[in-house]
Design a protein around this ligand. Structure first.
Ligand code: NAP
Length: 249
Protein backbone atom coordinates (compact mmCIF):
# COMPACT_ATOMS: atom_id res chain seq x y z
CA UNK A 1 0.00 0.00 0.00
CA UNK A 2 1.24 3.47 -0.91
CA UNK A 3 2.00 5.94 1.90
CA UNK A 4 -0.36 8.55 3.28
CA UNK A 5 -0.29 11.99 1.67
CA UNK A 6 -1.43 14.85 3.93
CA UNK A 7 -2.30 18.07 2.11
CA UNK A 8 -3.23 21.39 3.73
CA UNK A 9 -5.34 23.69 1.57
CA UNK A 10 -6.71 20.95 -0.70
CA UNK A 11 -10.05 22.59 -1.53
CA UNK A 12 -8.68 24.43 -4.59
CA UNK A 13 -5.60 25.29 -6.63
CA UNK A 14 -2.32 23.44 -6.15
CA UNK A 15 -3.59 21.46 -3.15
CA UNK A 16 -6.60 20.04 -5.01
CA UNK A 17 -4.51 19.34 -8.15
CA UNK A 18 -1.84 17.58 -6.07
CA UNK A 19 -4.55 15.52 -4.32
CA UNK A 20 -5.84 14.36 -7.73
CA UNK A 21 -2.30 13.59 -8.93
CA UNK A 22 -1.48 11.49 -5.84
CA UNK A 23 -4.89 9.79 -6.10
CA UNK A 24 -4.01 8.65 -9.64
CA UNK A 25 -0.85 7.08 -8.18
CA UNK A 26 -2.98 5.17 -5.63
CA UNK A 27 -2.07 7.05 -2.42
CA UNK A 28 -4.45 7.35 0.53
CA UNK A 29 -5.11 11.03 1.23
CA UNK A 30 -5.87 13.16 4.27
CA UNK A 31 -7.03 16.57 3.08
CA UNK A 32 -7.60 19.79 5.02
CA UNK A 33 -9.16 23.20 4.33
CA UNK A 34 -11.92 25.47 5.66
CA UNK A 35 -14.44 25.12 2.81
CA UNK A 36 -15.71 21.64 3.64
CA UNK A 37 -18.13 21.28 0.75
CA UNK A 38 -15.38 21.94 -1.79
CA UNK A 39 -12.99 19.71 0.13
CA UNK A 40 -15.46 16.81 0.20
CA UNK A 41 -15.91 17.14 -3.58
CA UNK A 42 -12.13 16.91 -4.06
CA UNK A 43 -11.93 13.87 -1.76
CA UNK A 44 -14.78 12.09 -3.58
CA UNK A 45 -13.10 12.78 -6.93
CA UNK A 46 -9.80 11.43 -5.58
CA UNK A 47 -11.42 8.12 -4.62
CA UNK A 48 -12.84 7.83 -8.14
CA UNK A 49 -9.36 8.53 -9.55
CA UNK A 50 -7.77 5.67 -7.59
CA UNK A 51 -7.07 6.74 -4.01
CA UNK A 52 -7.99 3.82 -1.69
CA UNK A 53 -9.18 6.34 0.94
CA UNK A 54 -9.48 10.12 0.71
CA UNK A 55 -10.59 11.85 3.89
CA UNK A 56 -11.75 15.48 3.98
CA UNK A 57 -11.12 17.00 7.42
CA UNK A 58 -11.75 20.60 8.51
CA UNK A 59 -8.62 22.66 8.95
CA UNK A 60 -7.96 26.32 9.62
CA UNK A 61 -4.19 26.82 9.69
CA UNK A 62 -4.71 30.12 11.52
CA UNK A 63 -6.21 28.24 14.47
CA UNK A 64 -3.98 26.13 16.73
CA UNK A 65 -6.82 23.94 18.03
CA UNK A 66 -7.97 23.21 14.49
CA UNK A 67 -4.41 22.25 13.51
CA UNK A 68 -4.02 19.95 16.51
CA UNK A 69 -7.36 18.22 15.80
CA UNK A 70 -6.44 17.80 12.12
CA UNK A 71 -3.01 16.40 12.86
CA UNK A 72 -4.26 14.00 15.55
CA UNK A 73 -6.94 12.63 13.23
CA UNK A 74 -4.70 12.12 10.23
CA UNK A 75 -2.00 9.57 10.94
CA UNK A 76 1.65 9.65 9.94
CA UNK A 77 2.28 11.17 6.52
CA UNK A 78 4.70 9.72 4.04
CA UNK A 79 4.30 13.02 2.22
CA UNK A 80 3.24 16.26 3.91
CA UNK A 81 2.31 19.04 1.51
CA UNK A 82 2.27 22.33 3.45
CA UNK A 83 0.30 24.29 0.91
CA UNK A 84 -2.50 26.20 2.72
CA UNK A 85 -2.15 29.95 2.60
CA UNK A 86 -1.88 32.74 0.09
CA UNK A 87 -1.70 36.49 -0.29
CA UNK A 88 -4.11 39.06 1.14
CA UNK A 89 -4.18 42.42 -0.62
CA UNK A 90 -1.54 44.25 -2.66
CA UNK A 91 -1.22 47.35 -0.52
CA UNK A 92 2.01 49.27 0.03
CA UNK A 93 3.41 49.24 3.56
CA UNK A 94 1.98 52.68 4.37
CA UNK A 95 -1.51 51.43 3.47
CA UNK A 96 -1.23 47.85 4.73
CA UNK A 97 -4.32 46.57 6.52
CA UNK A 98 -3.70 44.93 9.87
CA UNK A 99 -5.96 41.99 9.04
CA UNK A 100 -3.97 41.24 5.86
CA UNK A 101 -0.63 41.55 7.65
CA UNK A 102 -1.70 39.20 10.43
CA UNK A 103 -3.58 36.85 8.09
CA UNK A 104 -0.58 36.19 5.85
CA UNK A 105 1.85 35.67 8.71
CA UNK A 106 -0.57 33.42 10.58
CA UNK A 107 -1.42 31.19 7.62
CA UNK A 108 1.82 31.15 5.61
CA UNK A 109 4.32 31.03 8.47
CA UNK A 110 2.80 30.17 11.85
CA UNK A 111 0.32 27.67 10.40
CA UNK A 112 2.98 25.90 8.35
CA UNK A 113 5.28 25.59 11.36
CA UNK A 114 2.49 24.36 13.65
CA UNK A 115 1.35 21.67 11.20
CA UNK A 116 4.95 20.54 10.69
CA UNK A 117 5.64 20.54 14.44
CA UNK A 118 2.57 18.41 15.11
CA UNK A 119 3.34 15.79 12.45
CA UNK A 120 7.13 15.62 12.63
CA UNK A 121 7.61 13.42 15.73
CA UNK A 122 5.73 10.51 14.09
CA UNK A 123 7.60 11.04 10.81
CA UNK A 124 10.94 11.04 12.66
CA UNK A 125 9.93 7.83 14.48
CA UNK A 126 9.01 6.27 11.11
CA UNK A 127 12.49 7.28 9.84
CA UNK A 128 11.10 8.33 6.48
CA UNK A 129 8.94 10.93 4.86
CA UNK A 130 8.93 13.97 2.65
CA UNK A 131 7.83 17.50 3.51
CA UNK A 132 7.01 19.81 0.60
CA UNK A 133 6.58 23.45 1.59
CA UNK A 134 4.81 25.80 -0.80
CA UNK A 135 6.99 28.87 -0.95
CA UNK A 136 6.83 31.24 -3.89
CA UNK A 137 8.92 32.94 -6.55
CA UNK A 138 8.22 35.95 -4.28
CA UNK A 139 10.84 34.50 -1.91
CA UNK A 140 13.44 35.37 -4.55
CA UNK A 141 13.03 39.13 -4.39
CA UNK A 142 10.13 41.44 -3.83
CA UNK A 143 7.77 43.84 -5.61
CA UNK A 144 5.70 46.89 -4.71
CA UNK A 145 2.67 45.78 -2.74
CA UNK A 146 4.27 42.43 -1.94
CA UNK A 147 6.16 43.22 1.27
CA UNK A 148 4.50 40.89 3.74
CA UNK A 149 3.65 38.15 1.23
CA UNK A 150 7.28 38.04 0.06
CA UNK A 151 8.45 38.17 3.68
CA UNK A 152 6.18 35.27 4.63
CA UNK A 153 7.45 33.16 1.72
CA UNK A 154 11.06 34.10 2.53
CA UNK A 155 10.30 32.73 5.99
CA UNK A 156 9.11 29.48 4.37
CA UNK A 157 12.45 29.31 2.59
CA UNK A 158 14.43 29.76 5.83
CA UNK A 159 12.22 27.25 7.67
CA UNK A 160 12.75 24.70 4.88
CA UNK A 161 16.52 25.18 5.02
CA UNK A 162 16.49 24.87 8.83
CA UNK A 163 14.40 21.69 8.64
CA UNK A 164 16.95 20.10 6.29
CA UNK A 165 19.65 20.77 8.89
CA UNK A 166 17.56 19.55 11.83
CA UNK A 167 16.35 16.43 9.99
CA UNK A 168 19.79 15.41 8.75
CA UNK A 169 20.14 11.67 9.41
CA UNK A 170 16.41 10.98 9.69
CA UNK A 171 15.81 10.10 6.00
CA UNK A 172 13.15 12.81 5.88
CA UNK A 173 13.39 14.92 2.77
CA UNK A 174 12.41 18.59 2.59
CA UNK A 175 11.54 20.37 -0.64
CA UNK A 176 10.69 24.01 -1.15
CA UNK A 177 8.41 24.50 -4.16
CA UNK A 178 8.47 28.07 -5.48
CA UNK A 179 6.07 28.79 -8.35
CA UNK A 180 5.71 32.07 -10.20
CA UNK A 181 2.40 33.31 -11.62
CA UNK A 182 -0.13 30.47 -11.57
CA UNK A 183 -3.81 30.91 -12.32
CA UNK A 184 -5.73 29.41 -9.39
CA UNK A 185 -8.05 31.15 -6.92
CA UNK A 186 -4.95 32.88 -5.51
CA UNK A 187 -5.58 36.29 -7.12
CA UNK A 188 -9.34 36.22 -6.49
CA UNK A 189 -8.60 35.70 -2.78
CA UNK A 190 -5.84 38.31 -2.86
CA UNK A 191 -7.74 41.05 -4.70
CA UNK A 192 -11.31 40.08 -3.75
CA UNK A 193 -12.49 40.64 -7.33
CA UNK A 194 -12.76 38.20 -10.26
CA UNK A 195 -12.14 40.82 -12.99
CA UNK A 196 -9.07 42.23 -11.25
CA UNK A 197 -7.81 38.67 -10.79
CA UNK A 198 -8.27 37.92 -14.53
CA UNK A 199 -6.18 40.99 -15.39
CA UNK A 200 -3.21 39.52 -13.48
CA UNK A 201 -3.00 36.73 -16.09
CA UNK A 202 -3.96 38.76 -19.19
CA UNK A 203 -1.88 38.42 -22.35
CA UNK A 204 0.30 35.44 -21.39
CA UNK A 205 0.03 31.78 -20.45
CA UNK A 206 0.33 31.43 -16.66
CA UNK A 207 1.21 28.19 -14.90
CA UNK A 208 -1.74 25.93 -14.09
CA UNK A 209 -2.41 24.15 -10.82
CA UNK A 210 -1.67 20.91 -12.68
CA UNK A 211 1.78 22.17 -13.78
CA UNK A 212 2.69 22.77 -10.13
CA UNK A 213 1.13 19.49 -8.93
CA UNK A 214 3.15 17.59 -11.53
CA UNK A 215 6.34 19.26 -10.28
CA UNK A 216 5.48 18.39 -6.66
CA UNK A 217 4.84 14.75 -7.57
CA UNK A 218 8.09 14.62 -9.55
CA UNK A 219 10.06 15.87 -6.52
CA UNK A 220 8.52 13.26 -4.22
CA UNK A 221 8.99 10.35 -6.62
CA UNK A 222 12.78 10.62 -6.96
CA UNK A 223 14.77 7.69 -5.46
CA UNK A 224 15.06 7.90 -1.64
CA UNK A 225 18.68 9.12 -1.77
CA UNK A 226 17.74 12.14 -3.91
CA UNK A 227 16.38 15.32 -2.34
CA UNK A 228 15.17 18.17 -4.52
CA UNK A 229 15.91 21.06 -2.15
CA UNK A 230 14.31 23.82 -4.15
CA UNK A 231 12.31 24.08 -7.33
CA UNK A 232 11.51 27.42 -8.93
CA UNK A 233 9.10 27.28 -11.85
CA UNK A 234 7.67 30.24 -13.69
CA UNK A 235 5.62 30.76 -16.81
CA UNK A 236 7.95 31.15 -19.79
CA UNK A 237 6.59 34.69 -20.15
CA UNK A 238 7.67 35.62 -16.61
CA UNK A 239 11.31 36.74 -16.60
CA UNK A 240 11.32 38.18 -13.07
CA UNK A 241 8.92 39.17 -10.31
CA UNK A 242 8.25 42.43 -12.12
CA UNK A 243 8.78 41.55 -15.81
CA UNK A 244 6.10 39.57 -17.62
CA UNK A 245 5.84 39.57 -21.40
CA UNK A 246 2.20 40.17 -22.37
CA UNK A 247 0.90 39.95 -25.94
CA UNK A 248 -1.14 43.03 -26.86
CA UNK A 249 -4.58 42.26 -28.31
N1 NAP B 1 -1.09 30.87 -7.50
C1 NAP B 1 0.10 31.42 -7.45
O1 NAP B 1 0.45 32.24 -8.31
C2 NAP B 1 1.08 31.03 -6.37
C3 NAP B 1 2.43 31.22 -6.61
C4 NAP B 1 3.36 30.87 -5.65
C5 NAP B 1 2.93 30.31 -4.45
N2 NAP B 1 1.61 30.13 -4.21
C6 NAP B 1 1.23 29.53 -2.93
O2 NAP B 1 0.64 28.27 -3.19
C7 NAP B 1 -0.27 27.93 -2.14
C8 NAP B 1 -1.59 27.51 -2.74
O3 NAP B 1 -2.12 28.58 -3.48
P1 NAP B 1 -3.07 28.40 -4.75
O4 NAP B 1 -2.44 29.17 -5.85
O5 NAP B 1 -3.39 26.99 -4.97
O6 NAP B 1 -4.34 29.27 -4.26
P2 NAP B 1 -5.86 28.89 -3.96
O7 NAP B 1 -6.50 28.28 -5.17
O8 NAP B 1 -6.46 30.13 -3.38
O9 NAP B 1 -5.75 27.76 -2.83
C9 NAP B 1 -5.41 28.07 -1.51
C10 NAP B 1 -5.75 26.89 -0.63
O10 NAP B 1 -5.31 27.18 0.71
C11 NAP B 1 -6.40 27.02 1.58
N3 NAP B 1 -6.32 27.93 2.71
C12 NAP B 1 -6.18 29.27 2.70
N4 NAP B 1 -6.20 29.75 3.96
C13 NAP B 1 -6.39 28.67 4.77
C14 NAP B 1 -6.53 28.51 6.16
N5 NAP B 1 -6.50 29.55 7.01
N6 NAP B 1 -6.69 27.26 6.65
C15 NAP B 1 -6.74 26.19 5.83
N7 NAP B 1 -6.62 26.28 4.50
C16 NAP B 1 -6.45 27.51 3.98
C17 NAP B 1 -7.67 27.26 0.75
O11 NAP B 1 -8.75 26.55 1.32
P3 NAP B 1 -10.00 27.19 2.12
O12 NAP B 1 -10.17 28.59 1.62
O13 NAP B 1 -11.12 26.26 1.77
O14 NAP B 1 -9.59 27.11 3.55
C18 NAP B 1 -7.25 26.62 -0.57
O15 NAP B 1 -7.48 25.25 -0.55
C19 NAP B 1 -0.32 29.15 -1.22
O16 NAP B 1 0.55 28.94 -0.13
C20 NAP B 1 0.21 30.28 -2.11
O17 NAP B 1 0.78 31.31 -1.35
C21 NAP B 1 0.66 30.46 -5.16
Amino acid sequence: MKGLVVITGASSGFGAAAARAYARLGHPLFLGARRMERLREVAAECEKLGSPRAVAHPLDVRDKESIDAFCQAGGTPEILLNNAGGALGRDRVDKLRDEDLIGMIEANVIGLVRVTRALLPAMIAAKKGHIVNLGSYAAHGTYEGGSVYAASKTAVRVISETLRLELSGTNIRVTEMDPGLAETEFSVVRLGDVEKAKAVYAGFQPLTAEDVAEAIVWCTTRPPHVNINLMVLTPTAQASLTKVHREQK
